[in-house]
Write a protein that binds this ligand. Sequence first.
Ligand SMILES: Nc1nc2c(ncn2[C@@H]2O[C@H](COP(=O)(O)OP(=O)(O)OP(=O)(O)O)[C@@H](O)[C@H]2O)c(=O)[nH]1
Ligand SMILES: [Mg+2]
Length: 262
Amino acid sequence: MKYNQALLKEIANARFEGVETANLLLIGPQQAGKSSFINSIISIAKGRKSNKTAALGRGDSVTERLLTVSGQGLRRKLRFKDTVGIIEATHPDVTCDNIKQILVGDVKHREMLYQGSRSYEKIESTYGPSKTTAHCVIFVIDANVLNTYKENAHQGTIEFKIKNLMDKVKDMGIPFILVLTKIDQLCEEVENDISVTFRSVGVKEAVDTARRIFGFQEIDIYPVKNYEKETKMNPLMDMLILEAIRQAINYSVDYLEDLQEN
Ligand SMILES: Nc1nc2c(ncn2[C@@H]2O[C@H](COP(=O)(O)OP(=O)(O)OP(=O)(O)O)[C@@H](O)[C@H]2O)c(=O)[nH]1
Ligand SMILES: [Mg+2]
């Protein structure tokens, strides 16, 4: 598809002030499709299926450590940071504390994410946008579980934790988007034909719910279908994923530009 080629080119041509590569940090509940999303992008960039970060449906946490994924060509523009999925309860919340450390670039590739977290003073004092900090956050949520989230959620719930992390990201001035995954499971029409995504009532409802619960703006919400069991590439799936990435890249460009100017 010509449109996809144009999107790919636009991403490949992005220029970031002060750094060569945009750091995109993925945050979301366990099993939301974070790793699958990263693998999907890499597959699109390569033009074939690729698995850089383990994504398996075992029902429990698959990604157990920070994985930084980057590559050649177009992929040199993007560095993905894949994190451990957020789960309900658990106190102290090591995963959320750890994600806050990752935001400020304080965690290394393959560092286990279940280790005791370090103190917050350190986080604040070391903060300074750089090659290792996040330049845009991609929140990833399964579109099918959105309607189980509550507006006035209490502490310990997944939605509370996500809102808390959103606040942190906003406080730091880091831009963010929301990727809604598994839209194929929302309704049969989308499952059969991904091109009806933007006409689908189910997708519209999911987008509205995400706006209401989390306060995302509509232009920042991207419904996608990740590659999972497919063996071949699908240009319509690619398009939805590329649109999300383009927005994340544009936000990274703006963010890094603002930092240089101020
Ligand atoms: N049908 C469908 N399944 C998906 C989609 N995205 C991911 N999956 C499946 O959902 C499961 C979880 O995906 P992962 O990518 O491992 O999710 P994750 O957020 O990285 O999970 P953790 O690392 O455990 O937090 C896998 O079985 C994927 O194949 C999607 O868009 N549609
Ligand atoms: Mg994962």
